[in-house]
Write a new protein. Structure first.
Length: 464
């Protein structure tokens, strides 16, 4: 964790070698940072997660949008049940805190890491493994450098090789504090290059400086340089959103910047409040949902300040208000998470709907409506569509949409709707909490992933 601006010591509780050709290619890509977007697909790793523009793609070639929580395993090794509990609550991702040995909490052994990966696979969640010892380097006494973190990862190579479809490697948590944040760029370039020279082909996750919050916009300004340093073009950027992101516009501006650069971003940590300040968590969730950006909340349980606990005492029956916002809100985990397709077509472990107040309907409304499909993202093998409903003649308390594809388009997954298909015909209906649209207003109500040709068909909207 945890996005500190002050660098105050965090409580301990929370807290194949490559050939010469590979080295030459790495040097060339660093020199030509601006050609990141032109890296061919053939340069990317096969058999695991890859990056396509802003999108994280799983081993089956399908987009994967993280919706998850963090478990601090290095401090709470007796809470093994947390993996199953987080999965049962609907998460598709668990970020796992590891120790590399530089800090007082000790080392997460290779066997422990192997067990964690196996458990994540058993629970059908993607593991994001992170080294926590780097937190606040340059400002936090005893913090490890990114180079020391890579030493630790090198010792885990034999454990993680072959797990590229299930594991992402978060090289170091919040690796630079507020002292000389400019050092982040070269340190991160060096770490990415070293990881590739060791032989890692996993998607690499790199955290921002400023205790993860990047309030100096160092990562934002230098992300193209870091991306170009990766010969596999497989690096994912992670910002931690705490009190720096108390304003919705600050969240939007940061997301806009990475979208404009066509670079992939996740919110690797966030909460609803932090160090006495409110965080724009609703904007984080809604904007991430609209843009296909992954997020991971900090953290499941065990924080020295229980305001950051999603459940108390590692008990899923003691969910906090913050936990409800992570798991049960309109754009929370249970409403938006989709399992990675590498786990097959097994049903998700939860079918709970968001616990927002549903409108009273009392039968059909007088409101008339229109609707449209827009293309939010297109990565060649598939695309993301968003659907907007407009209340054209009075407020809506519910809606039903129908359309027919002109070609061979097929919807492979959807969120925030009850959707049925029959051949080229599609029917979609609200799920209660997203059925209300004020008179004269428009609302983006749901999204979907489709294969086949992109399309914006004529949509028929019926008020119900």
């Amino acid at each position: 964790m945890s996005g500190s601006l002050t660098g105050v010591e965090r409580p301990r509780r929370k807290r194949a070698l490559r050939t010469w050709l590979m080295a030459a290619l790495t040097a060339l890509t660093v020199a030509l940072a601006g050609i990141w977007a032109l890296l061919p697909a053939s340069a990317q790793a096969e058999g695991g997660f890859t990056i396509d523009g802003t999108q994280l793609i799983d081993a089956n070639g399908n987009p994967f949008i993280m919706r998850g929580s963090t478990h601090a395993d290095v401090w709470y090794q007796g809470e093994w049940a947390s993996f199953e509990e987080i999965s049962d609550l609907g998460a598709n991702t668990i970020r796992v805190v590891l120790g590399s040995g530089e800090r007082a909490w000790g080392v997460t052994s290779a066997q422990r890491v192997a067990d964690i990966v196996a458990e994540c696979k058993e629970q059908r969640v993607i593991c994001v493994l992170e080294v926590h010892d780097t937190t606040g380097y340059g400002e936090q006494a005893g913090a490890a450098s990114l180079d020391q973190a890579v030493d630790y990862w090198e010792g885990l190579y034999s454990v993680l090789e072959g797990e590229e479809a299930y594991v992402l490697i978060n090289i170091g948590n919040e690796p630079i504090g507020n002292t000389d944040p400019a050092q982040w760029t070269q340190a991160t370039v060096d770490a990415v290059e070293r990881m590739r020279s060791i032989g890692f082909e996993h998607t690499l996750v790199v955290d921002a400086p400023n205790w993860g919050q990047d309030w100096t916009n160092t990562m934002r300004a230098n992300a193209p340089t870091v991306a170009a340093a990766d010969p596999l073009g497989n690096t994912l950027f992670s910002v931690h959103m705490y009190q720096v992101y108390s304003s919705p516009q600050t969240v939007i501006d940061y997301f806009d910047a990475f979208e404009a650069m066509d670079l992939p971003l996740i919110v690797g940590e966030y909460a609803d409040t932090h160090q006495g300040s409110t965080v724009a968590w609703e904007t984080i969730q809604s904007e991430a949902q609209a843009r296909g950006i992954g997020w991971i909340g900090w953290s499941y349980s065990g924080n020295s300040d229980p305001i950051l606990d999603q459940v108390l005492s590692f008990d899923p029956n003691q969910m906090t208000t913050y936990g409800e916002r992570i798991f049960e809100s309109a754009n929370g985990i249970q409403a938006t998470a989709e399992r990675a397709s590498v786990f097959g077509d097994d049903p998700d472990p939860t079918t709970e709907e968001p616990t927002t107040d549903e409108p009273t309907t009392g039968g059909p409304t007088e409101g008339d409506c229109s609707a449209s499909v827009s293309v939010a993202n297109n990565w060649g093998s598939g695309w993301q569509g968003n659907v907007t409903v407009t209340a054209t003649d009075g407020a809506l308390d519910g809606w039903k949409l129908t359309w027919t594809w002109a070609g061979s388009t097929t919807i492979t997954s959807s969120w925030n709707t009850t959707l049925t298909t029959s051949g080229a015909n599609v029917t979609a209906q609200d799920v209660g909490w997203n059925g209300t649209v004020a008179s004269g207003q428009s609302r983006e109500v749901f999204g979907f992933i489709a294969s086949g040709p992109t399309g914006t068909p004529a949509v028929t909207c019926e008020a119900i």
